[in-house]
Design a protein around this ligand. Structure first.
Ligand code: NCD
Length: 311
């Protein structure tokens, strides 16, 4: 199966729906396997986790995925303070150095495009764990997987994305992912300052997804298949006052859920949340962000690592 992958995963661009469904199938099979049988899958394999930006879920789910499959990791949280990057080593040199020691590099970086630069220079697989405001392909795969597990399809869906649509890489990758499937409509709710860029809108529309911008939660349509809420990305603002002004413009709370969510509307968020989902939503059976979505992230990353690394 691994040869279906072009080795690297820094964008969703080249992933066809058939491959995405294969990844889901793999994740389904791994989640049913016994922990001891999993340990054989990546025995003897080693991955470097280089996270130049903070991370809790992506870092620990990749680490956990590698270890649950019997592989091992070299882990750098904040290489800018702890690796030779402190001395001024270029990202290209760092990639080459690590490629001599490990079988795959998993990178998160604040600058869009850096992961591709690393992938271009080494022959081992490089996986994008989030690059700036660019993409977050493994998050999109776990989000698609979560939607697919609930609704049994990724076609003909009506969804809502809310929050920081301009800077949120999870939004960008999920839109890219959904646009690969048929007849998807996404309602976009954000302050006008945080709307999707015209360039992004054109790209996703050209790929076939229908985008409808709304400006108030009163315009959320009935019976969405999912609501995908996101935090306003503080680290992308030059002016903290502007961030403060926008950060809690749209809040997902019990009242809104009661008024607007359908019986089957999945309530999703990539996390971390910083106030934009009230805790009174957590116990709602449609909320997935504190359980199903997290677990799915680990299984999707296990599936990807297996498909990329086990030959
Ligand atoms: C997201 C990210 O890093 O882009 N988090 C994650 O990976 N689960 C979302 C965010 O930070 O807002």
């Amino acid at each position: 199966m691994s040869n279906l992958f072009q080795n690297d995963l820094y964008t969703l661009d080249s992933l066809k729906p058939s491959l995405i469904y294969l990844i889901f199938k793999q994740a389904e099979s791994l989640r049913k396997s016994s922990p001891t049988s999993l340990l054989k899958i990546l025995r003897g394999k080693l991955a470097a986790l280089l996270f130049y930006e903070p991370s809790s879920r992506t870092f620990s789910s990749f680490s956990s995925a590698m270890k649950r499959l019997g592989g091992q990791t070299i882990e750098y949280q904040n290489p800018l303070q702890t690796s030779s990057a402190v001395k001024g080593e270029t990202i290209e040199d760092s990639a080459i150095v690590f490629s001599n020691y490990v079988d795959a590099i998993i990178v998160r970086h604040p600058e869009t495009g850096t992961v591709k630069r690393m992938a271009d220079i080494v022959s081992i697989p490089v996986i994008n764990a989030g690059d700036g405001i660019g993409e977050h392909p493994t998050q999109a795969l776990l989000d698609l997987y979560t939607i697919w597990r609930k609704h049994k399809s990724l076609d003909n869906l009506k969804g809502l994305m809310a929050g920081d649509l301009k800077n949120g890489r999870t939004i960008h990758s999920l839109l890219k992912g959904l646009s690969k499937f048929k007849s998807n409509t996404v309602y976009l709710l954000s302050p006008k300052e945080l709307k999707l860029s015209e360039k992004d809108k054109k790209e996703y529309r050209d790929q076939g997804v229908t985008l409808i911008e709304i400006t108030s939660s009163s315009e959320i349509p009935a019976d969405c298949h999912y609501w995908y809420w996101t935090r306003v990305q503080k680290e992308r603002f030059d002016d903290v006052k502007e961030y403060e002004k926008l950060k809690l413009r749209f809040i997902l709370n019990k009242k809104l859920v009661n008024e607007k969510a359908g019986e089957k509307t999945l309530l999703m968020h990539p996390l971390p949340r910083v106030g934009e989902i009230a805790v009174d939503v957590d116990s709602d059976p449609r909320a997935t962000y504190l359980d199903e979505q997290l677990k799915n992230g680990m299984y999707i990353r296990m599936a990807l690592l297996k498909m990329i690394l086990s030959k």
